[in-house]
Design a protein around this ligand. Sequence first.
Ligand SMILES: [Zn+2]
Length: 543
Amino acid sequence: MSSTISRRKFIQSSLFAGAAFGLGYASSNILKANNRFDSIIKGGVIYNGEGGKPFPGEIGIKEGKISAIASSLGESADVIIDAKGAAVSPGFVDIHTHTDGNLFESPLGDSKIYQGVTTEIGGNCGSSPFPTTKWQSIGDFYGALSQQKLGLNYGSFTGQGDLRQFVVGDKDVRCTDEQLEQMKSILAAQMEQGSLGISCGLEYTPGSYASNEEIAQLCKVVADYKGLFAIHMRNEDDRVEEAVAEAIEIAKKSGVRLQISHLKAQNAANWHKAPALLKQIERAASQGVDIAFDRYPYIAFSTGMSTFIPLSDRDGSKEDIIARLKDEAKSKKIGEYALSRIARLGGPANVVVTSCRVDSNKRFIGQNVEQCCQLTGKEPWPFIRDLLIEESVSVSIIGFAMTEENVKMFLSHPLAMPASDGSVYSPVGTLSESMPHPRSYGTFPRFLGKYCREESLMDLSTAVKKCTSMPASRLGLKNRGSILPGYFADIVVFDPATIIDTATFANPHQFAQGINEVMVNGVWTLSGGEPAQKRGGQIIKLL
Ligand SMILES: [Zn+2]
Protein backbone atom coordinates (compact mmCIF):
# COMPACT_ATOMS: atom_id res chain seq x y z
CA MET A 1 0.00 0.00 0.00
CA SER A 2 2.91 2.34 0.71
CA SER A 3 3.73 2.33 -2.99
CA THR A 4 0.61 4.43 -3.57
CA ILE A 5 2.02 7.44 -1.72
CA SER A 6 5.10 9.54 -2.17
CA ARG A 7 8.00 9.19 0.25
CA ARG A 8 7.47 12.73 1.54
CA LYS A 9 3.84 12.02 2.32
CA PHE A 10 4.79 8.66 3.77
CA ILE A 11 7.15 10.29 6.28
CA GLN A 12 4.61 13.02 7.03
CA SER A 13 1.98 10.37 7.65
CA SER A 14 4.15 8.29 9.91
CA LEU A 15 5.00 11.31 12.06
CA PHE A 16 1.35 11.70 12.94
CA ALA A 17 0.20 8.13 12.94
CA GLY A 18 2.80 5.48 12.72
CA ALA A 19 0.06 2.97 12.22
CA ALA A 20 -0.63 4.23 8.75
CA PHE A 21 0.34 2.18 5.77
CA GLY A 22 1.45 -0.94 7.53
CA LEU A 23 3.91 0.48 10.07
CA GLY A 24 2.02 -1.07 12.96
CA TYR A 25 -0.79 0.42 14.94
CA ALA A 26 0.97 0.41 18.34
CA SER A 27 3.84 2.60 17.21
CA SER A 28 1.80 5.80 17.01
CA ASN A 29 2.58 8.28 19.75
CA ILE A 30 -0.80 9.96 19.36
CA LEU A 31 -2.67 6.73 19.70
CA LYS A 32 -0.64 5.62 22.67
CA ALA A 33 -1.61 8.79 24.51
CA ASN A 34 -5.32 8.30 23.93
CA ASN A 35 -6.47 5.60 21.60
CA ARG A 36 -10.15 6.43 21.41
CA PHE A 37 -11.33 8.28 18.32
CA ASP A 38 -14.39 10.44 17.97
CA SER A 39 -15.17 8.73 14.66
CA ILE A 40 -13.75 5.96 12.53
CA ILE A 41 -14.63 5.56 8.86
CA LYS A 42 -13.98 2.01 7.75
CA GLY A 43 -14.55 -0.21 4.77
CA GLY A 44 -14.22 2.49 2.12
CA VAL A 45 -11.71 3.23 -0.58
CA ILE A 46 -9.75 6.37 0.27
CA TYR A 47 -9.20 8.98 -2.42
CA ASN A 48 -6.99 11.28 -0.39
CA GLY A 49 -7.29 14.29 -2.70
CA GLU A 50 -3.65 14.24 -3.82
CA GLY A 51 -4.39 12.52 -7.13
CA GLY A 52 -2.58 9.24 -6.43
CA LYS A 53 -3.94 5.71 -6.53
CA PRO A 54 -6.89 5.14 -4.18
CA PHE A 55 -6.40 2.60 -1.39
CA PRO A 56 -8.59 0.72 1.10
CA GLY A 57 -8.14 1.93 4.65
CA GLU A 58 -9.65 3.30 7.83
CA ILE A 59 -9.63 6.90 9.01
CA GLY A 60 -9.61 7.87 12.66
CA ILE A 61 -10.91 11.34 13.53
CA LYS A 62 -10.30 13.09 16.81
CA GLU A 63 -11.01 16.66 17.93
CA GLY A 64 -11.87 17.84 14.45
CA LYS A 65 -8.72 16.50 12.82
CA ILE A 66 -7.69 13.38 10.94
CA SER A 67 -5.51 11.66 13.47
CA ALA A 68 -4.81 8.28 11.89
CA ILE A 69 -5.07 6.46 8.58
CA ALA A 70 -4.39 2.76 8.70
CA SER A 71 -5.45 -0.59 7.33
CA SER A 72 -7.20 -1.26 10.64
CA LEU A 73 -8.01 1.01 13.58
CA GLY A 74 -10.11 -1.32 15.68
CA GLU A 75 -13.49 -0.35 17.09
CA SER A 76 -12.55 2.31 19.59
CA ALA A 77 -14.67 5.29 18.57
CA ASP A 78 -17.91 7.01 19.51
CA VAL A 79 -19.14 6.78 15.91
CA ILE A 80 -18.15 4.13 13.41
CA ILE A 81 -19.20 4.64 9.81
CA ASP A 82 -19.21 1.65 7.54
CA ALA A 83 -18.28 2.99 4.11
CA LYS A 84 -18.22 -0.39 2.39
CA GLY A 85 -18.32 0.06 -1.37
CA ALA A 86 -18.03 3.83 -1.09
CA ALA A 87 -15.35 6.35 -1.92
CA VAL A 88 -14.04 8.38 1.00
CA SER A 89 -12.61 11.71 -0.06
CA PRO A 90 -11.83 15.14 1.33
CA GLY A 91 -14.81 17.50 1.39
CA PHE A 92 -15.22 19.48 -1.81
CA VAL A 93 -13.99 23.07 -1.93
CA ASP A 94 -16.14 25.39 -4.05
CA ILE A 95 -13.68 28.13 -4.93
CA HIS A 96 -16.15 30.33 -6.78
CA THR A 97 -19.54 31.11 -5.25
CA HIS A 98 -21.88 33.99 -4.54
CA THR A 99 -23.29 32.50 -1.34
CA ASP A 100 -22.37 35.36 1.01
CA GLY A 101 -25.59 36.60 2.68
CA ASN A 102 -27.53 33.43 1.72
CA LEU A 103 -25.93 31.74 4.71
CA PHE A 104 -28.15 33.84 6.96
CA GLU A 105 -31.15 32.17 5.27
CA SER A 106 -29.64 28.69 5.17
CA PRO A 107 -26.80 28.38 7.69
CA LEU A 108 -26.63 24.63 7.00
CA GLY A 109 -25.72 25.45 3.38
CA ASP A 110 -28.48 23.17 2.04
CA SER A 111 -27.79 23.00 -1.70
CA LYS A 112 -24.05 22.69 -1.12
CA ILE A 113 -23.73 20.33 1.83
CA TYR A 114 -25.86 17.78 -0.07
CA GLN A 115 -23.24 17.97 -2.84
CA GLY A 116 -20.41 17.21 -0.43
CA VAL A 117 -19.15 20.79 -0.38
CA THR A 118 -17.49 21.43 2.97
CA THR A 119 -15.81 24.75 2.13
CA GLU A 120 -17.65 27.51 0.32
CA ILE A 121 -15.79 30.57 -1.01
CA GLY A 122 -17.78 33.76 -1.59
CA GLY A 123 -17.09 37.39 -2.41
CA ASN A 124 -16.57 36.64 -6.09
CA CYS A 125 -16.99 38.60 -9.34
CA GLY A 126 -16.13 41.89 -7.61
CA SER A 127 -19.03 41.62 -5.21
CA SER A 128 -18.71 41.04 -1.46
CA PRO A 129 -20.97 42.12 1.42
CA PHE A 130 -18.17 44.46 2.61
CA PRO A 131 -16.92 47.14 2.69
CA THR A 132 -20.44 48.53 2.56
CA THR A 133 -22.58 50.69 4.78
CA LYS A 134 -23.99 47.50 6.31
CA TRP A 135 -20.67 45.77 6.97
CA GLN A 136 -17.67 48.07 6.93
CA SER A 137 -15.19 45.22 6.98
CA ILE A 138 -14.85 41.50 6.46
CA GLY A 139 -14.39 41.30 10.23
CA ASP A 140 -17.88 42.74 10.75
CA PHE A 141 -19.36 40.33 8.22
CA TYR A 142 -17.55 37.32 9.69
CA GLY A 143 -18.68 38.44 13.13
CA ALA A 144 -22.32 38.32 12.03
CA LEU A 145 -21.85 34.99 10.23
CA SER A 146 -20.17 33.35 13.19
CA GLN A 147 -23.41 33.90 15.15
CA GLN A 148 -24.96 31.36 12.78
CA LYS A 149 -24.62 27.63 13.26
CA LEU A 150 -22.83 27.05 9.96
CA GLY A 151 -23.02 23.63 8.33
CA LEU A 152 -20.00 24.27 6.12
CA ASN A 153 -16.84 26.34 6.17
CA TYR A 154 -17.02 29.75 4.58
CA GLY A 155 -14.33 32.17 3.44
CA SER A 156 -14.45 35.23 1.22
CA PHE A 157 -12.57 37.39 -1.20
CA THR A 158 -12.86 41.15 -1.03
CA GLY A 159 -14.93 42.35 -3.99
CA GLN A 160 -13.15 45.06 -5.95
CA GLY A 161 -16.50 46.43 -7.14
CA ASP A 162 -17.73 46.98 -3.60
CA LEU A 163 -14.37 48.38 -2.55
CA ARG A 164 -14.52 50.91 -5.38
CA GLN A 165 -18.14 51.73 -4.67
CA PHE A 166 -17.24 52.37 -1.02
CA VAL A 167 -14.34 54.73 -1.81
CA VAL A 168 -14.97 56.18 -5.28
CA GLY A 169 -18.72 55.73 -5.71
CA ASP A 170 -20.77 54.46 -8.64
CA LYS A 171 -19.60 56.90 -11.34
CA ASP A 172 -17.50 56.16 -14.43
CA VAL A 173 -14.47 58.14 -13.26
CA ARG A 174 -10.77 57.61 -12.70
CA CYS A 175 -9.85 57.33 -9.07
CA THR A 176 -7.59 59.99 -7.56
CA ASP A 177 -4.23 59.08 -6.02
CA GLU A 178 -5.75 59.59 -2.59
CA GLN A 179 -8.67 57.30 -3.37
CA LEU A 180 -6.27 54.64 -4.64
CA GLU A 181 -4.28 54.83 -1.42
CA GLN A 182 -7.50 54.59 0.56
CA MET A 183 -8.63 51.51 -1.37
CA LYS A 184 -5.21 49.90 -0.83
CA SER A 185 -5.32 50.55 2.87
CA ILE A 186 -8.89 49.23 3.25
CA LEU A 187 -7.91 46.17 1.23
CA ALA A 188 -4.85 45.57 3.42
CA ALA A 189 -7.12 45.76 6.47
CA GLN A 190 -9.43 43.12 4.94
CA MET A 191 -6.42 40.89 4.28
CA GLU A 192 -5.32 41.34 7.90
CA GLN A 193 -8.80 40.24 8.97
CA GLY A 194 -8.62 37.07 6.91
CA SER A 195 -9.77 37.93 3.36
CA LEU A 196 -8.56 35.31 0.88
CA GLY A 197 -7.67 37.89 -1.76
CA ILE A 198 -9.46 40.16 -4.19
CA SER A 199 -12.06 39.40 -6.85
CA CYS A 200 -13.05 41.46 -9.87
CA GLY A 201 -16.22 41.41 -11.93
CA LEU A 202 -15.19 43.59 -14.83
CA GLU A 203 -18.43 43.20 -16.76
CA TYR A 204 -20.22 44.85 -13.84
CA THR A 205 -20.29 48.39 -12.57
CA PRO A 206 -18.66 50.16 -10.84
CA GLY A 207 -15.73 47.69 -10.75
CA SER A 208 -15.42 47.91 -14.54
CA TYR A 209 -14.57 51.62 -14.32
CA ALA A 210 -11.19 50.76 -12.79
CA SER A 211 -8.19 50.82 -15.13
CA ASN A 212 -5.94 47.78 -15.30
CA GLU A 213 -3.27 49.88 -13.59
CA GLU A 214 -5.63 50.57 -10.68
CA ILE A 215 -6.41 46.86 -10.40
CA ALA A 216 -2.71 45.95 -10.55
CA GLN A 217 -2.03 48.34 -7.67
CA LEU A 218 -4.67 46.60 -5.58
CA CYS A 219 -3.32 43.19 -6.58
CA LYS A 220 0.11 44.18 -5.27
CA VAL A 221 -1.43 44.51 -1.81
CA VAL A 222 -2.96 41.04 -2.17
CA ALA A 223 0.35 39.61 -3.43
CA ASP A 224 2.09 40.90 -0.28
CA TYR A 225 -0.26 38.67 1.74
CA LYS A 226 0.11 35.76 -0.72
CA GLY A 227 -3.62 36.05 -1.43
CA LEU A 228 -5.37 35.14 -4.67
CA PHE A 229 -6.71 37.36 -7.47
CA ALA A 230 -9.95 35.89 -8.87
CA ILE A 231 -11.00 37.63 -12.05
CA HIS A 232 -14.28 37.66 -13.91
CA MET A 233 -12.72 39.19 -16.99
CA ARG A 234 -13.75 42.31 -18.88
CA ASN A 235 -15.08 40.21 -21.68
CA GLU A 236 -16.02 36.56 -22.15
CA ASP A 237 -17.12 36.53 -25.76
CA ASP A 238 -15.95 38.58 -28.75
CA ARG A 239 -12.87 39.96 -26.99
CA VAL A 240 -12.15 37.09 -24.64
CA GLU A 241 -8.59 36.53 -25.89
CA GLU A 242 -7.72 40.17 -25.15
CA ALA A 243 -9.36 39.82 -21.74
CA VAL A 244 -7.25 36.75 -20.86
CA ALA A 245 -4.11 38.62 -21.97
CA GLU A 246 -5.13 41.54 -19.73
CA ALA A 247 -5.63 39.31 -16.70
CA ILE A 248 -2.21 37.73 -17.23
CA GLU A 249 -0.65 41.18 -17.64
CA ILE A 250 -2.10 42.32 -14.31
CA ALA A 251 -0.70 39.20 -12.64
CA LYS A 252 2.74 39.78 -14.17
CA LYS A 253 2.76 43.43 -13.13
CA SER A 254 1.66 42.82 -9.56
CA GLY A 255 3.14 39.39 -8.88
CA VAL A 256 -0.27 38.20 -7.67
CA ARG A 257 -1.42 34.59 -7.98
CA LEU A 258 -4.14 34.47 -10.64
CA GLN A 259 -7.41 32.51 -10.80
CA ILE A 260 -9.48 33.07 -13.94
CA SER A 261 -13.09 32.67 -12.89
CA HIS A 262 -15.61 30.62 -14.89
CA LEU A 263 -13.48 30.46 -18.05
CA LYS A 264 -15.62 30.46 -21.16
CA ALA A 265 -15.81 31.34 -24.85
CA GLN A 266 -19.37 32.57 -25.03
CA ASN A 267 -21.61 32.69 -28.13
CA ALA A 268 -21.37 30.38 -31.13
CA ALA A 269 -19.15 32.86 -32.98
CA ASN A 270 -16.48 32.42 -30.27
CA TRP A 271 -16.64 28.72 -29.50
CA HIS A 272 -13.60 28.03 -31.67
CA LYS A 273 -11.46 30.21 -29.39
CA ALA A 274 -11.34 27.75 -26.47
CA PRO A 275 -8.04 26.04 -27.45
CA ALA A 276 -6.39 29.44 -27.96
CA LEU A 277 -7.46 30.55 -24.47
CA LEU A 278 -5.92 27.43 -22.96
CA LYS A 279 -2.70 28.07 -24.90
CA GLN A 280 -2.54 31.61 -23.50
CA ILE A 281 -2.92 30.24 -19.98
CA GLU A 282 -0.32 27.50 -20.54
CA ARG A 283 2.13 30.04 -21.95
CA ALA A 284 1.68 32.28 -18.91
CA ALA A 285 2.24 29.30 -16.61
CA SER A 286 5.42 28.41 -18.46
CA GLN A 287 6.59 32.00 -17.97
CA GLY A 288 6.22 31.65 -14.22
CA VAL A 289 2.75 33.14 -13.65
CA ASP A 290 0.99 31.25 -10.85
CA ILE A 291 -2.24 30.70 -12.80
CA ALA A 292 -5.21 28.35 -12.82
CA PHE A 293 -8.90 28.58 -13.63
CA ASP A 294 -12.30 27.29 -12.68
CA ARG A 295 -15.35 26.34 -14.63
CA TYR A 296 -18.89 25.12 -13.92
CA PRO A 297 -20.00 21.90 -15.63
CA TYR A 298 -22.90 23.38 -17.63
CA ILE A 299 -23.36 25.05 -21.00
CA ALA A 300 -25.49 27.91 -19.68
CA PHE A 301 -24.32 30.95 -17.75
CA SER A 302 -26.23 33.02 -15.23
CA THR A 303 -25.99 36.75 -14.70
CA GLY A 304 -28.00 39.95 -14.36
CA MET A 305 -30.29 41.14 -17.15
CA SER A 306 -28.67 44.54 -16.64
CA THR A 307 -25.67 43.25 -18.62
CA PHE A 308 -27.83 43.90 -21.71
CA ILE A 309 -27.31 47.61 -20.96
CA PRO A 310 -23.97 49.02 -22.22
CA LEU A 311 -21.47 49.67 -19.38
CA SER A 312 -21.47 53.38 -20.18
CA ASP A 313 -25.25 53.48 -19.58
CA ARG A 314 -24.95 51.63 -16.27
CA ASP A 315 -23.03 54.54 -14.76
CA GLY A 316 -24.46 56.00 -11.54
CA SER A 317 -27.32 54.94 -9.32
CA LYS A 318 -30.25 52.65 -10.15
CA GLU A 319 -32.38 55.76 -10.51
CA ASP A 320 -29.93 57.13 -13.10
CA ILE A 321 -30.14 53.88 -15.06
CA ILE A 322 -33.95 53.77 -14.87
CA ALA A 323 -34.10 57.39 -16.09
CA ARG A 324 -32.09 56.37 -19.18
CA LEU A 325 -34.38 53.41 -19.79
CA LYS A 326 -37.38 55.74 -19.63
CA ASP A 327 -35.82 58.30 -21.99
CA GLU A 328 -37.08 57.44 -25.48
CA ALA A 329 -33.94 58.30 -27.45
CA LYS A 330 -31.54 56.70 -24.94
CA SER A 331 -33.73 53.64 -24.55
CA LYS A 332 -33.75 53.14 -28.33
CA LYS A 333 -29.94 53.02 -28.39
CA ILE A 334 -29.73 50.76 -25.35
CA GLY A 335 -32.32 48.50 -26.97
CA GLU A 336 -30.24 48.19 -30.14
CA TYR A 337 -27.28 47.09 -28.02
CA ALA A 338 -29.41 44.64 -26.01
CA LEU A 339 -30.90 43.07 -29.13
CA SER A 340 -27.48 42.69 -30.75
CA ARG A 341 -26.25 40.89 -27.63
CA ILE A 342 -29.30 38.64 -27.59
CA ALA A 343 -28.80 37.85 -31.26
CA ARG A 344 -25.20 36.83 -30.52
CA LEU A 345 -26.52 34.54 -27.77
CA GLY A 346 -28.68 32.81 -30.37
CA GLY A 347 -31.96 34.70 -29.91
CA PRO A 348 -34.57 35.44 -27.18
CA ALA A 349 -35.35 31.73 -26.68
CA ASN A 350 -31.84 31.28 -25.26
CA VAL A 351 -32.41 33.79 -22.45
CA VAL A 352 -34.43 32.62 -19.43
CA VAL A 353 -35.69 34.89 -16.65
CA THR A 354 -34.80 33.35 -13.27
CA SER A 355 -35.68 35.88 -10.60
CA CYS A 356 -38.09 38.78 -10.16
CA ARG A 357 -39.23 40.48 -6.96
CA VAL A 358 -42.44 42.19 -8.07
CA ASP A 359 -45.39 39.82 -7.63
CA SER A 360 -46.97 40.54 -11.02
CA ASN A 361 -43.67 39.64 -12.71
CA LYS A 362 -43.18 36.31 -10.97
CA ARG A 363 -45.04 34.58 -13.82
CA PHE A 364 -41.95 35.24 -15.95
CA ILE A 365 -39.67 33.18 -13.72
CA GLY A 366 -38.54 30.10 -15.63
CA GLN A 367 -39.79 31.45 -18.97
CA ASN A 368 -37.50 32.46 -21.81
CA VAL A 369 -37.76 35.92 -23.33
CA GLU A 370 -39.59 34.56 -26.38
CA GLN A 371 -42.22 32.99 -24.12
CA CYS A 372 -42.41 36.18 -22.02
CA CYS A 373 -43.11 38.12 -25.21
CA GLN A 374 -45.98 35.76 -26.03
CA LEU A 375 -47.35 36.20 -22.51
CA THR A 376 -47.25 39.99 -22.70
CA GLY A 377 -47.73 40.67 -26.40
CA LYS A 378 -44.58 42.80 -26.32
CA GLU A 379 -41.49 42.75 -28.52
CA PRO A 380 -38.25 41.62 -26.80
CA TRP A 381 -36.75 45.05 -26.10
CA PRO A 382 -39.88 46.73 -24.72
CA PHE A 383 -40.42 43.64 -22.55
CA ILE A 384 -36.85 43.71 -21.20
CA ARG A 385 -36.91 47.48 -20.73
CA ASP A 386 -40.18 47.41 -18.78
CA LEU A 387 -39.05 44.49 -16.65
CA LEU A 388 -35.76 46.21 -15.76
CA ILE A 389 -37.63 49.38 -14.81
CA GLU A 390 -40.23 47.55 -12.71
CA GLU A 391 -37.59 45.44 -10.96
CA SER A 392 -35.20 48.34 -10.25
CA VAL A 393 -32.69 46.84 -12.71
CA SER A 394 -32.30 43.62 -10.63
CA VAL A 395 -33.40 40.66 -12.74
CA SER A 396 -31.43 37.41 -12.99
CA ILE A 397 -31.19 35.49 -16.24
CA ILE A 398 -29.72 32.27 -17.56
CA GLY A 399 -28.23 32.24 -21.06
CA PHE A 400 -27.60 29.12 -23.12
CA ALA A 401 -24.54 30.17 -25.08
CA MET A 402 -21.79 27.62 -24.64
CA THR A 403 -20.89 24.25 -26.07
CA GLU A 404 -20.51 20.86 -24.43
CA GLU A 405 -17.25 20.23 -26.28
CA ASN A 406 -15.66 23.30 -24.70
CA VAL A 407 -16.99 22.45 -21.23
CA LYS A 408 -15.20 19.12 -21.50
CA MET A 409 -12.05 20.69 -22.91
CA PHE A 410 -11.89 23.19 -20.05
CA LEU A 411 -12.73 20.76 -17.22
CA SER A 412 -10.18 18.17 -18.32
CA HIS A 413 -7.31 20.68 -18.51
CA PRO A 414 -4.67 20.12 -15.79
CA LEU A 415 -5.04 23.72 -14.54
CA ALA A 416 -8.85 23.52 -14.30
CA MET A 417 -11.05 22.84 -11.31
CA PRO A 418 -14.83 22.69 -11.10
CA ALA A 419 -16.60 25.50 -9.23
CA SER A 420 -20.27 26.30 -9.10
CA ASP A 421 -20.42 30.08 -9.61
CA GLY A 422 -23.68 29.46 -7.73
CA SER A 423 -24.84 29.98 -4.18
CA VAL A 424 -26.32 28.22 -1.22
CA TYR A 425 -30.04 27.73 -1.93
CA SER A 426 -32.69 25.73 -0.18
CA PRO A 427 -35.92 24.03 -1.27
CA VAL A 428 -37.62 25.72 1.70
CA GLY A 429 -37.91 29.33 2.82
CA THR A 430 -37.14 32.50 0.89
CA LEU A 431 -34.24 30.89 -0.99
CA SER A 432 -36.71 28.52 -2.63
CA GLU A 433 -38.58 31.33 -4.37
CA SER A 434 -36.27 31.97 -7.32
CA MET A 435 -35.24 29.60 -10.09
CA PRO A 436 -31.48 29.40 -9.64
CA HIS A 437 -29.13 27.89 -12.16
CA PRO A 438 -28.98 24.15 -11.28
CA ARG A 439 -25.23 24.50 -10.68
CA SER A 440 -26.04 25.65 -7.16
CA TYR A 441 -27.36 22.15 -6.43
CA GLY A 442 -25.45 19.97 -8.85
CA THR A 443 -21.93 21.10 -9.74
CA PHE A 444 -19.78 18.55 -7.92
CA PRO A 445 -21.99 15.43 -8.29
CA ARG A 446 -22.40 16.33 -11.97
CA PHE A 447 -18.65 16.71 -12.42
CA LEU A 448 -18.01 13.34 -10.74
CA GLY A 449 -21.04 11.51 -12.15
CA LYS A 450 -21.46 12.84 -15.67
CA TYR A 451 -18.01 14.07 -16.66
CA CYS A 452 -15.81 11.61 -14.74
CA ARG A 453 -17.89 8.39 -14.68
CA GLU A 454 -20.12 8.63 -17.74
CA GLU A 455 -17.94 10.64 -20.10
CA SER A 456 -14.61 9.25 -18.78
CA LEU A 457 -12.89 12.62 -19.02
CA MET A 458 -10.46 11.59 -16.28
CA ASP A 459 -10.01 8.98 -13.57
CA LEU A 460 -11.81 9.45 -10.26
CA SER A 461 -8.64 10.16 -8.35
CA THR A 462 -7.83 13.10 -10.63
CA ALA A 463 -11.43 14.31 -10.47
CA VAL A 464 -11.39 14.24 -6.65
CA LYS A 465 -8.11 16.16 -6.62
CA LYS A 466 -9.73 18.87 -8.77
CA CYS A 467 -12.57 19.15 -6.24
CA THR A 468 -10.35 19.20 -3.16
CA SER A 469 -6.59 19.78 -2.83
CA MET A 470 -6.37 21.87 -6.01
CA PRO A 471 -8.82 24.60 -4.93
CA ALA A 472 -7.53 24.37 -1.33
CA SER A 473 -3.99 25.03 -2.45
CA ARG A 474 -5.07 27.85 -4.80
CA LEU A 475 -6.71 29.48 -1.79
CA GLY A 476 -3.70 28.90 0.43
CA LEU A 477 -5.82 26.96 2.92
CA LYS A 478 -3.63 25.28 5.49
CA ASN A 479 -4.31 21.62 6.24
CA ARG A 480 -7.48 21.34 4.21
CA GLY A 481 -8.32 19.59 0.95
CA SER A 482 -6.56 16.28 1.57
CA ILE A 483 -7.03 13.25 3.77
CA LEU A 484 -3.72 13.33 5.59
CA PRO A 485 -2.92 13.02 9.28
CA GLY A 486 -3.16 16.36 11.05
CA TYR A 487 -5.53 17.80 8.44
CA PHE A 488 -8.97 19.15 9.31
CA ALA A 489 -11.53 16.37 9.10
CA ASP A 490 -13.61 17.62 6.17
CA ILE A 491 -14.70 14.34 4.61
CA VAL A 492 -17.29 13.08 2.12
CA VAL A 493 -18.43 9.49 1.73
CA PHE A 494 -20.00 8.95 -1.67
CA ASP A 495 -20.95 6.16 -4.02
CA PRO A 496 -18.88 6.55 -7.20
CA ALA A 497 -21.31 4.31 -9.08
CA THR A 498 -24.39 6.44 -8.42
CA ILE A 499 -23.28 9.99 -7.58
CA ILE A 500 -25.12 12.38 -9.89
CA ASP A 501 -26.90 15.73 -9.98
CA THR A 502 -30.68 15.81 -10.23
CA ALA A 503 -31.29 19.58 -10.38
CA THR A 504 -32.45 20.79 -13.78
CA PHE A 505 -33.09 24.21 -15.29
CA ALA A 506 -36.83 23.55 -15.06
CA ASN A 507 -36.66 22.10 -11.54
CA PRO A 508 -33.48 23.30 -9.84
CA HIS A 509 -34.30 22.83 -6.14
CA GLN A 510 -33.31 19.17 -6.05
CA PHE A 511 -30.54 17.61 -4.04
CA ALA A 512 -27.88 15.46 -5.64
CA GLN A 513 -27.78 11.67 -5.22
CA GLY A 514 -25.08 9.33 -4.02
CA ILE A 515 -23.77 11.32 -1.06
CA ASN A 516 -24.92 10.22 2.36
CA GLU A 517 -22.24 11.20 4.84
CA VAL A 518 -20.52 14.57 5.09
CA MET A 519 -18.17 15.54 7.89
CA VAL A 520 -17.07 19.12 8.53
CA ASN A 521 -14.25 19.71 11.02
CA GLY A 522 -14.90 16.32 12.57
CA VAL A 523 -18.65 16.88 12.93
CA TRP A 524 -21.07 14.72 10.95
CA THR A 525 -23.19 17.39 9.29
CA LEU A 526 -24.99 15.05 6.93
CA SER A 527 -25.60 11.55 8.19
CA GLY A 528 -27.53 8.86 6.35
CA GLY A 529 -28.53 11.49 3.82
CA GLU A 530 -30.15 13.66 6.50
CA PRO A 531 -28.89 16.80 8.27
CA ALA A 532 -27.52 15.95 11.71
CA GLN A 533 -28.15 17.94 14.86
CA LYS A 534 -24.58 19.20 15.14
CA ARG A 535 -22.81 21.43 12.67
CA GLY A 536 -19.10 21.97 12.34
CA GLY A 537 -18.71 24.86 9.88
CA GLN A 538 -16.03 27.47 10.56
CA ILE A 539 -14.97 30.80 9.10
CA ILE A 540 -11.93 30.26 6.91
CA LYS A 541 -9.20 32.89 7.01
CA LEU A 542 -6.05 33.16 4.94
CA LEU A 543 -3.72 34.18 7.74
ZN1 LIG B 1 -18.59 36.18 -12.56
